[in-house]
Design a protein around this ligand. Structure first.
Ligand SMILES: Cc1cc2nc3c(=O)[nH]c(=O)nc-3n(C[C@H](O)[C@H](O)[C@H](O)COP(=O)(O)OP(=O)(O)OC[C@H]3O[C@@H](n4cnc5c(N)ncnc54)[C@H](O)[C@@H]3O)c2cc1C
Length: 539
């Protein structure tokens, strides 16, 4: 290997140009160019003079440092990319940077893996799975389940094992697979455009991706700090079943966890300030979900303002204002699920001129670059779509743009989302109203899952699928599903919407029978036929 000192590079793009120049020289197998350290490692057999000439021709300076297997150590310990936060966005950024050939440092102040693994997607879906199994066993007409009960202590203990297993497989083992990614445990604070402090140690870097995530918002309700409350950060360690759980917030987290505890045996009262639960979803679907939850026993109070909270003995009293009247709800425990706030305070954003927007989320352009060109940001701390899939996409794009000066963007339009209640509410693409507002001439169909044989067989016929069609092109603009396993069913629709397929493409495709995802074909067929008059699988 031949090492060259390269001068004149000002950005990752320069590094790319130098790399191309070096790799054009006869005998060169590969060249790794390191910006901002300012050196290149050239593999293969090439004449040093020819290498220097090629670099000079590309507009940069070059001089031979040494030839041979020794590792060149730059004067300063410097990273190409410094990543603040070891969650999904941070890891995606680090892995992409490694693929590009960069030397990376991840600093993580808490537990490796971030929210999704430790206190989000994984523990919530685990709890929901147990709650649903329990509920369906008790409600199956042919199973005598009188003596069934759940052991919350065992559930919490096993959650820990599950999370530890995935932490090892998905994070620690992954770190080992990438030798140029260093990991430092400690809180990071930005000092200048090229320096940060982690645990008192000064870090020097070329570019940085901020991926510090978010935490549950604790609303400023009178008395909140005098009561014992749970958030999604703490509820998964609960080792008892709340007798009467008050849930504040009718978004995905409040509904998912509210229903899980209801099914495990708690009484649940949910309070939401908007007039409907899930106000961003198609109204037909969210209304049906509300009816299902209420029938199951959840008390849902919408359009309610929480005024105060206090503890009296073992009870928690929640004061609310609803339809102009004040009232008090009594519970044994309370879960706050009112949204997430970014972890952007005290990380030094102001010192380097990084702007934030409402709520403290980091402002970025479409390339994930912040108002300081050395810093990019990704994931929950940016506040675009609080999903782990989006965090990972943004992290990869941010790293690539930061290191190579590329202008990659994230396609948010066809990202699917799901609320893991049972039935699950999952969506992709445009809602009817959104499509109309964008000027499309729209046609829609809504199909009831009682028309889907697999749903009927499985006692799960409550649900709807809605399809939004562009009349002119016959392309499907959006699909919205409320059904058992809706988060699986939606994947078929993701491909349809992302690749601009028409309703006729869907009708002309054969599905497996009987399946829940057949619902997508059936709703497509309902644009051209009365599906209630079709025998099984007729196109
Ligand atoms: C209950 C719940 C359920 C969810 N379910 C789903 C789901 O089913 N599907 C889905 O797609 N999404 C789900 N999400 C959302 C998903 O978890 C997040 O969108 C995702 O984890 C965000 O990743 P991130 O990397 O941006 O942030 P995080 O994963 O939060 O990572 C940020 C990391 O930065 C660290 N950090 C913060 N400040 C500093 C600092 N100064 N120095 C060093 N490190 C720092 C934090 O400790 C943290 O580990 C759920 C979230 C919750 C809360």
């Amino acid at each position: 290997m031949i090492k060259l000192k390269i001068t004149g590079m000002t950005c990752g793009h320069c590094a790319k140009t130098v790399k191309i120049a070096l790799e054009s020289v006869e005998g060169v197998e590969r060249a790794d160019v390191h910006f901002p350290q300012g050196y290149a490692e050239v593999y293969g057999k090439a004449e040093v003079k020819k290498l220097i000439d090629a670099v000079n021709k590309a507009g940069y300076g070059a001089e031979a440092l040494q030839e041979g297997p020794e590792v060149f150590i730059p004067k300063e310990e410097m990273y190409d990319l410094f990543v603040l936060g070891g969650g999904s966005a941070g890891f995606a950024a680090a892995i992409r940077a490694h693929e590009i050939g960069a030397k990376v440092l991840i600093a993580e102040k808490g537990i490796i893996g971030g929210a999704c693994l430790n206190r989000g997607c994984i523990p919530s879906k685990y709890l929901i799975e147990i709650a649903n199994t329990f509920f369906h066993a008790r409600n199956n007409p042919f199973i005598n389940a009188e003596k069934l009960n759940v052991d919350m202590k065992k559930i919490a203990d096993f959650k820990q094992k599950l999370v530890e297993r995935l932490r090892k497989e998905k994070y620690w083992d992954v770190l080992e697979a990438y030798p140029k990614i260093d990991y430092l445990s400690g809180e990071a604070k930005i000092l200048t455009s090229n320096k940060a402090l982690v645990n008192g140690k000064e870090i020097t870097f070329g570019k940085s991706v901020i991926a510090v995530g978010s935490k549950p918002t604790v609303p400023s309700i009178k008395g909140i700090n005098q009561v014992r409350f749970y958030t999604s950060d703490t509820i998964f360690d609960i080792d008892y079943l709340p007798k009467r759980l008050l849930v504040i917030g009718g978004g995905p987290i409040g509904l998912e966890l509210g229903q899980a505890f209801l099914r495990l045996g708690s009484e649940v009262i949910l309070v939401e300030r908007f007039d409907e639960i899930l106000p961003l979803e198609e109204r037909e679907l969210s209304s049906m979900l509300r009816n299902i939850l209420q029938r199951e026993g959840m008390e849902i109070i919408t359009g309610a303002k929480v005024i105060g909270v206090r503890q009296e003995g073992n009870s928690i009293l929640l004061e609310i204002e609803h339809q102009g009247e004040k009232g008090t709800l009594v519970g044994s425990d309370i879960l706050l699920a009112v949204g997430r706030s970014p972890n952007t305070h005290d990380i030094g954003l102001e010192s380097v001129g990084i702007k934030t927007k409402e709520g403290g989320f980091i402002e970025t352009d479409e390339f994930m670059q912040t108002s300081n060109p050395n810093f990019y940001a990704a994931g929950d701390c940016v506040g675009k779509l609080p999903l782990v899939t989006v965090a990972a996409m943004e992290g990869g794009v941010a790293a690539e743009n930061a290191l190579l000066g590329n202008k990659k963007t994230v396609d948010y339009a066809t990202v699917p989302r799901a609320v893991f209640t049972d039935p699950e509410l999952a969506s992709v693409g445009l809602k009817e109203e959104e499509a109309k507002n964008l000027g499309f001439e729209v046609d829609v169909r809504v199909l009831d899952f009682s028309k889907v044989p697999r749903a009927v067989i499985g006692f799960r016929e409550e649900g709807l699928v809605k399809m939004v069609l562009d009349v002119k092109t016959r392309k499907i603009l959006g699909v919205h599903v409320l059904s058992s396993h809706g988060a699986e069913v939606i994947h078929k629709a993701v491909l349809i919407v992302k690749h601009g397929l028409t309703v006729d493409d869907v009708i002309g495709t054969t599905d497996v029978y009987p399946t829940l995802s057949e619902s997508i074909k059936l709703v497509a067929q309902s644009f051209v036929k009365d599906v209630s008059k079709l025998s099984c699988c007729v196109s």
